[in-house]
Design a protein around this ligand. Structure first.
Ligand SMILES: Cc1ncc(COP(=O)(O)O)c(C=O)c1O
Length: 450
């Protein structure tokens, strides 16, 4: 690790003015009173501003799937920055974006063979929703304008994403969002499924909620349904056995597009490139981001089925017309594209998705060994993801899990919490000793929690 020495760290910290920066999704006042700064990173570890080595149990934020600062990715970005820093993607483009696109669609489920690049997961979601509306309109079914999400869904922070999302914290402040939206009920059913190993046995019938919404709104008004195959940010909620298949069937019956938001599950997290492949259900669109570039440069994308892309080309008017009036200044940015190419090559070279599948049984065993620890009311795992749900403290939702995060941080392990669930999602280069260390620290911390 390229570690600053202690003196340099002290100078860095003491010289920093913490005030101008408004930090995202953070309790700013609390943070600035006692900051936690990450100053360098290598493989499975961060270094903190107070000189500690922190084992990263969350791959940055479900993102650094090949581990931190991998030389091949760093080199690719450096080389690209020296060659071409930026090129507009509008009516011109750079070759690396095409190479990145080819590598992405090579990994995608059969028949999903085009990708539209964005800069983040939120933008990927908004892009997918716009593609859905424009697709139906191009086909002459312009009444299909309703977008359906699911309770406890997280789809980023754009107005589209928070509208179809189902997390109250993201919605309550913003008043009228997209108008034509409805939600399926969520699939979390602890009474029937707590401590299940693998996918929950009960709950495929929750997909039938889409029939209810079709009966209410009529299919001729519904454009698309968007769900996370595994809901991450609302507590690692796994799809009940058969649920996604049933949802796919109902979408097909009524001509509704199915979008899987794979921003966290994409690129190997569940043991195959996409959760769509792990669960054997092919959606019409996949949104992705995060590990697409191993998080080294921001990038997202929407992968679409051939029929969707072809419709835009066939119905797009004269050849000189822009078929889809949408894009970002940085869509297919050369540095992001170079990082994507290097990351996707590295995943393949090191067989990292296969490694997830190999480690998953050990990971599951270690997670479920926490059953019986204080406060634990459910444990859910898939691939290299674990959700350890804690009993909330009376009148203080989230406080117990946040305390677990703080105490684990003091013990040099980085975990993440969402609500009262501890969500773990390490890089795929993790070894068994490091897995033991993460769960050992979580076990110790649970014993000390209020
Ligand atoms: C499922 C899902 N969709 C969308 C997003 C938003 O991605 P970003 O933060 O890159 O905008 C996230 C972020 O965690 C996510 O988990």
């Amino acid at each position: 690790m390229n570690m600053p020495d202690e003196k340099a760290l002290r100078q860095l910290h003491e010289g920093l003015n913490l005030q101008p920066l408004w930090i995202p999704f953070t309790a700013n006042r609390q943070f600035k009173a006692a900051p936690r700064l990450l100053v360098s990173a290598k493989d499975m570890y961060y270094q903190t501003h107070d000189g500690r080595r922190l084992l990263d149990g969350i791959a940055g934020l479900w993102a650094v799937n090949a581990g931190h600062c991998r030389p091949k990715i760093v080199e690719a970005i450096k080389k690209q920055a020296e060659t071409i820093d930026y090129a507009t993607g509008f009516q011109l483009h750079n070759p690396t974006a095409f190479q990145a696109a080819e590598k992405v669609v090579d990994l995608a489920p059969e028949g999903m063979d085009h990708v539209f690049f964005t800069n983040s997961g939120s933008e990927a979601v908004d892009t997918a929703l716009k593609i859905a509306l424009a697709y139906h309109r191009a086909r002459g079914e312009g009444t299909r304008r309703m977008l359906i999400g699911r309770e406890r869904g997280y789809h980023g922070v754009g107005f589209g994403g928070i509208s179809v999302g189902g997390m109250v914290g993201n919605r309550k402040t913003f008043g009228n969002m997209l108008g034509s939206v409805d939600h399926l009920r969520h699939t979390h059913d602890p009474a029937r499924n707590s401590f299940t190993r693998g996918l929950p046995e009960h709950g495929a019938e929750f997909a039938d909620d889409l029939e209810r919404l079709v009966a209410l709104h009529d299919a001729s008004n519904i454009a698309a349904v968007i769900v996370e195959p595994v809901a991450g940010s609302t507590g690692v909620l796994l799809p009940p056995k058969g649920y996604l298949q049933r949802l796919r069937g109902i979408c097909d019956k009524y001509g509704i597009l199915l979008i899987f938001d794979e921003v966290i599950t994409g690129f190997g997290r569940t043991g195959k490139a996409f959760a769509a492949q792990t669960f054997g259900v092919t959606p019409d669109m996949i949104t992705c981001a995060k590990a697409l570039t191993n998080a080294a440069v921001p990038m997202g994308g929407v992968i679409v089925k051939k029929g969707i892309y072809d419709t835009f080309m066939e119905k797009g008017g004269p050849e000189s017309a822009i078929e889809f009036f949408h894009g970002y200044t940085y869509s297919g940015h050369p540095l992001a594209s170079a990082a994507a190419c290097a990351s996707l090559d590295l995943f393949k070279e090191e067989k990292l998705f296969e490694r997830v599948a190999e480690l998953a049984p050990y990971w599951e065993e270690c997670a479920h060994a926490l059953k019986g620890s204080p406060h634990v009311i459910d444990i859910r795992t898939i691939g290299l993801v674990a959700g350890i749900e804690l009993q909330p403290m009376a009148d203080k939702p989230g406080a117990r899990a946040f305390e677990a995060f703080m105490r684990a941080y003091q013990k040099n392990v980085l975990i993440r919490t969402t609500g009262d669930t501890i969500a773990l999602s390490p890089s795929f280069i993790i070894d068994k000793k490091q897995i033991d260390e993460i769960f050992g620290v979580v076990r110790d911390v649970l014993k000390t929690l209020p």
